[in-house]
Structure formats: structure tokens, C-alpha cells
Design a protein around this ligand. Sequence first.
Ligand SMILES: [Zn+2]
Length: 311
Amino acid sequence: MYMRFSNLMASVLVLITVWFPSAAEAKKLNIVTATTDMAALAQEVGGDKITVESIARGYQDPHFVEAKPSFLLKLRQADLLISVGLQLEIGWLPPLITQSGNPRVQVGANGYLDASQFAEILEIPTGQVTRAMGDVHPLGNPHYWLDPDNGRRVAKGISEKLAELQPSDQAYFQQRFQDFDKRLTAAEKVWDEEMKPFHGRKLVTYHRSWPNFAKHFGLDVVGYVEPRPGIPPTPSHTIELIQMMKRDNVKVIVVEPYFDLKTPNSIAQAVGGKVLVLLPSVGGEKQVTDYFKLFDYDIDLITKAFKSFAQ
Ligand SMILES: [Zn+2]
């Protein structure tokens, strides 16, 4: 009888919690991010004081995202919108922001955070950018989150923004960042060690998604399957690329999961090389559920590939 009573009490308590969220829970910051990587970093520092959802899926090309109408509703209720910036989302995010009608997340408002301001940015073009150059981002390469040091900088920036929006949880966000920083530093030691034997290795990538990754891990990206950023492969460019790869003994071709493998496969065949589908984003594969697993996944694949081609 006593047991049954306590079971009943437990159920009642559960019901109460479900029906009447506590004051702390009610104060969760409602965050929408453009991409999964920003969501993963926000989750690291926001913990259970936030809810966060990404508009783009991790397996989608972040330059071209068709947002579901349900995201307008989410954006309408958001306290904070985090974008990658540097015009990565220029093709799809601005109309969503406008249509949301949410004054908090408009560009320049307090609830709009362009994370690129915290990161080290590579490939900032000098001189004039023209259409002939392809989809060159005039503000620099927006794929900066693939350097873990940029992940750390962005996480810090997000934690400070969260503290600004919810000062009562400032210590919590600070603590979460310090913990993330520690775990990232430990993970970086392992990754750096794994990549060390392959310093200076040359590779080709489909799109210019990897300059920050390459810089951090000492790799040398010597060519691209795209003749120019955002422009699909052409036969003449592909032939030149194959000649260069043969001459310089380049064997590894890294492709993002949303590109067609036909040209990369034919290049690999021509040079006796290998196509590697690496993930530029958290969620690119089901098991890649956080920022750490993204690097675990990519480094595992790329080190195996380099090992299979002695240099
Ligand atoms: Zn790009």
C-alpha cells in the first residue's frame, strides 16, 4: 500500500512538472541557428538553459537551403538567431529573417549574432570581386568552423551573447564555456597527434570548404574540382586538374556529401587516387551528433586515406 502510494505521488509529481514548468525552465533562451555547427556550439555553452534548432540540416549544402515554413514560426519566437555570416546564407536567410516579423532577430538587433566576427577568416579577397570569379564570398571564406580554434572562439562569443541576453545565468554560461574549452583542448591534442605524420600532404577538394581545416592540420589544398567556387566541373578544368595531380602525385580528393560524385570518381580513377566524402558539418551523418564527433569522423577517414598512399 505504501509503495503504491509513493508511486502515485511520483506520477503526480511528474504530471505537475510536465504541466507547470518551473520558473527556471520557463526562462530557457529560444535559439535558432542557420547551420548545425552553430547549433552544436551553442548547445555546448548553453546547456539546459537554452533550446536550439538549426534551419539547415547537416547533410545539406549550406549555400542553398530550402527552409521549411515551420521555421518561420520558430524564428518568430526566437530570442536569438545565430548565423555563420560572410554571406554563406545570403541566398536563403535574409528573406526568412524579414518574413519572421520578429524584431529581436533582425540584422543589427540584439538577438542577431553573426558568428564570423569571432573567427579567424581566410581567403579575404583583395581587389574587386566580380561574377566571373564564381560565387566568391567577398568577405572571405565562410567555412571557418572547420578549424577547432575557431570553434573555441565562436563558442566564447556565443556564451557572452547568452550572458548578455540572460544575465542571471552568466556564471553558468561562463562555466560551460570553460568546460568546453578544456575538452576541446584535450581533443585537439589527440587530433593534432593523429594528423602530424601527414603534415604537408597535398589534396584536392571539391569546394573551398576546407582552408581553415587544412591550415589547422598542416595540409596543402592544391586544387578544386569546381573550376570556380559554386561553378560545376567543366571538362577542360577536370583535365588540367588530372594533369596537375599526376605531376604532383596528389591522390586524395575530398568531397562534401551534397556534391555529385561522378567527376570526383573519374578523377580518382585517372590518377589512381581516392575520393573521400568528408563532412563539413555536424549531422552530416547520423552518428556525428556534436562538434567533437565532426573532427573525429573526418580525421579518422583522412588519416586512413593518407596512410594508404605512402609518400
Ligand atoms: Zn562556400
